[in-house]
Design a protein around this ligand. Structure first.
Ligand SMILES: O[C@H]1[C@H](O)[C@@H](O)[C@H](O)[C@@H](O)[C@H]1O
Length: 462
């Protein structure tokens, strides 16, 4: 990857989008327990849940809206617009004085985040060569988790500032990456001519050439927006569409967010108290997620996507099942079962490591490499929407499940991981090292022909 510094720099820069996504997820855990925040926004448990969920619903619409419209303007311009929406939402959150304003800010910010979570990996996939596409796209996950780590620790350190700056400051900080990406987005779209001259013809060039070509060269007509959405479910493309939707479905039903959002709750039920709860649950869980994505970035293009998915699914299924057994055994009296409690905590870390090296990054890689150019924005938009939709559903049902039976909750997620294993083994084709053209043979579609034709057109015009 280092060999192609230009691609790496553009990819790294675009991955700032992931940072905004993770930051928002990381920061909320701390805000909800801050004194001044609770005084300013007294909220029932239901309202607290709604405050978390409203961002996910905004993000879900953001991903779908961008999927529909990002073909009308360049990828770079779309990223710029999404950043502007994100910054407006973040500013509103920072200055808000009522729960309504704060929720509106999170809704608007969510639309920006959802759009960025779809647009940035899409852009990254289009500029990267096949040999390093997996690693480059895994940087999206790296950025998301780096954002979670920053969000958590910034909130953790500002929580003792007196007055409303304790929570306004961490909310304001997120505007910085938003502004940075917005400013840089104007430089992002690569010039086809420039890349062709460097012998780096790939999807980014094709896209840029298509956008520049308002009338569309012969054979490049892309149909109406609705027509392209409908194409997703035709015989020719439905395999890719379902892989995109399901990889995000399984990512969420591994239970990662149940662990992230509700780990403090579980730690408390094990008798751990005070700041330590936050630290060892949210704080260290996110650090573990961050550390475990590093081997995935290094090995994803050597080992392939499927081995990572299958290996991760086994580790996660085992960890969840062990937690279920330990919790079931020890929950009656944690004080008498301290070792069991700490074994369960260590299984949470094992689960997170398994997730961080598999479904965490791979779910951001796969959807971005399997769709043909004609329907790529819509396909990636729908897959990303599946991420947010399932994220929302898991968040919605987990508290009720845990209140009924924590052990059964972990067993449910263990079953999700077992299903994810069989799905990866039997239904996911290996995309490692294949150029986007070669996806044809995998999916038996005409994608490659379309791309090859476009490349020729770009080559001729340059
Ligand atoms: O890949 C990300 C990441 O793992 C986040 O920590 C999680 O909160 C998201 O839901 C997921 O899509």
């Amino acid at each position: 990857m280092i060999q192609n510094r230009y691609v790496l720099c553009c990819g790294l820069f675009a991955s700032i989008g992931g940072l905004t996504f993770g930051y928002d997820q990381g920061v909320i855990a701390n805000l909800l327990v801050m004194e001044d925040f609770q005084r300013q926004f007294p909220a029932s448990p239901l309202q607290q849940g709604a405050l978390t969920a409203v961002l996910e619903l905004g993000a879900l619409s953001g991903a779908l809206i961008s999927g529909a419209f990002s073909d009308s303007v360049s990828r770079g311009r779309s990223i710029g617009i999404a950043c502007a929406v994100f910054c407006i939402g973040s500013t509103l959150q920072t200055v808000s004085g009522t729960l309504g304003q704060l929720s509106l800010g999170r809704l608007i910010g969510g639309v920006g985040i959802g759009s960025l979570s779809m647009l940035c990996p899409l852009y990254m996939s289009e500029i990267s060569p096949p040999e390093t596409r997996g690693s480059l796209l895994s940087i999206e996950q790296f950025s998301i988790v780096l954002g979670v780590v920053f969000g958590f620790w910034i909130g953790f350190f500002t929580r003792n500032i007196s007055g409303s700056w304790s929570w306004r400051l961490p909310l304001a900080v997120q505007i910085i990456p938003g502004l940075l990406l917005a400013a840089g987005s104007f430089l992002l779209p690569a010039s086809p001519r420039f890349l062709v001259s460097r012998n780096q013809i790939n999807e980014a060039q094709l896209e840029a050439a298509l956008i520049a070509d308002q009338n569309g060269a012969p054979g490049t007509k892309r149909g109406s927006i609705w027509g392209r959405w409908a194409l997703l479910f035709t015989e020719q493309y439905k395999t890719q569409t379902w892989i995109g939707i399901l990889v995000m479905f399984f990512q969420q039903w591994t239970g990662i967010n149940a662990v992230l959002y509700y780990a403090p709750f579980m730690m408390r039920s094990m008798g751990v108290r005070g700041d330590t709860v936050m630290l060892i649950s949210s704080g260290f869980v996110s650090i573990m997620q961050f550390l475990s994505v590093i081997p995935a970035i290094i090995y994803i293009d050597r080992l392939g996507r499927r081995p990572l998915l299958m290996g991760g699914a086994i580790i996660m299924a085992f960890s969840h099942a062990s937690i279920a057994a330990l919790v079931w055994y020890g929950q009656g009296d944690w004080a008498a079962h301290r070792n069991i409690a700490w074994s369960a905590v260590s299984m949470i870390y094992l689960f997170t490591a398994g997730y961080g090296g598999s479904f965490g990054p791979v779910a951001w890689v796969l959807p971005n490499e399997i769709f043909p150019l004609t329907i790529r924005s819509q396909g990636v938009g729908l897959s990303t929407a599946s991420n947010w939709c399932n994220n929302f559903l898991v968040g919605l049902i987990t508290p009720s499940l845990i209140s009924v039976s924590p052990a059964a909750t972990y067993m449910l997620f263990s079953c999700g991981c077992v299903a994810a294993f069989f799905w990866s083994k039997y239904l996911v084709p290996e995309t490692r090292g294949r150029s986007l053209e070669e996806m044809d043979t995998l999916f038996e579609s005409a994608v490659g022909q379309e791309i090859a034709q476009r490349k020729q057109q770009v080559g001729h015009r340059s």
